[in-house]
Ligand binder design. Sequence first.
Ligand code: PHE
Length: 350
Amino acid sequence: MSTLTDELTDVESSALAELERISDRDALEEWRVTWQGRRQGRLPKLLEQLPTLPIEDRREAGQLANRVRTALENAYEERRAVLEHASVSQRLSAEAIDVTLPGRRVPAGGLHPTTQTLREIIDAFKPMGFTVVEGPEVEWDYYNFEALNIPADHPARDQWDTLWLDIEDDDGKRPLLLRTHTSPMQVRIMEAQEPPIRVLVPGRVFRHEATDASHESVFFQVEGLAIDRGITFADLKGTLYAFARRMFGPDRRVRFRCDFFPFVEPGVDMAIDCFACKGNGCRVCSQSGWLEIMGAGMVHPKILQRVGYDPDEYTGFAFGMGPERIAMLRHGIDDIRHFYANDLNFLEQF
Ligand code: PHE
C-alpha cells in the first residue's frame, strides 16, 4: 500500500516541477499526455491500481489520488492560462504600430515649369477673349515660310534654319520640315475660318541650333492672332500691355521698338522694364533695364489677301513669345538647357 501513496506523492511533485519549466504550448500538451493522458498517462496508470488495494487502505489512497489529480488539473489550467496570455501579448507587441512614427512620403508629381508658364500666359489672355488651338509640329514649307512672305531665296530663312524631312516633291524640293515657329498656324487658322479671330497657339518648335545657355533646338512658343474689322496698332499695344501687367505685375512699363518680321507690317519687339532692378540695370537685364519678351506686329496685308480676306475690311495683329524665356526671367534660370535635361534637382524647385 505504501508504495502506491509514495508513488502518488512522487508523481505529484515531479509533474508539478516539470510543469514549472514549460514555456510553450506544444511542451504543455506533451506534459498533459505524459501525466494525465487517459490511457498511458502516469497518473491514470496509478489510479488503475486503486481497486487492487486492500479495502482498509483504499479510502486513504483514494483521497490522496483525488487531491493529486485536482492539483495536476489546476496546475495545468493555470499554466495554460499563463502561456496563452504570454502568446497574446507577444503577438500584440509584434503587431504593434508606432503611430508616432512620421509617415512615408508619397512623391507627388508636378507640372513642368514650361507647362506652368504656358498656362499662366493663357490665363492672362483668356479674359480678353482668346481661345487656344494647337497645330502640327511637322509642317509644310508653305505654311512655315512661303505663306508668311518668306520665299525660298529670302535671307530671313537663315534666321530659321531647321530640320527637313527626307521627303522630296516632283521638283526635288523638300517640302516638309519641323516648324521653326508657331506662326504657320496664323495662316492655317485664317484659311479655316472667317473673322473675328482671337486665338493663342502654344506649341513645340524646332531649330537647327548650336545649343548654348540661351539657345535650344527644341523649345516652346505661344503665338497670338487677332483679326477683325477696325483693329489698329493701338489694340496691339493695349492687349500686350494688359498681358504684361497680368503676367509681371501692375506696375510694369512696356517698350515697343521697331523690328522686322516678313509677315507683319509694322513689326515690333516688345520689352518690359526689368522687374529685378525696376529698370535701373542689373545682371538679369544685362544692364539695359529692359527685358525683350516677344515679337509682334500688324498682320501683313499680303498675308490677309493670300487667305482670301480683304485687307481694306479686316486688319489684325499677331505676336509670338517663348515661355522658357519668360520662365527664365521670372525665376532667374541661367540656362535654357535645364528645361530639357530632366534633372529632378531642377524640376522639383517649381
Ligand atoms: N514667329 C516669330 C519668331 O519666331 C515671332 C513673331 C510672331 C513675330 C508673330 C511677329 C508676330 O521669332
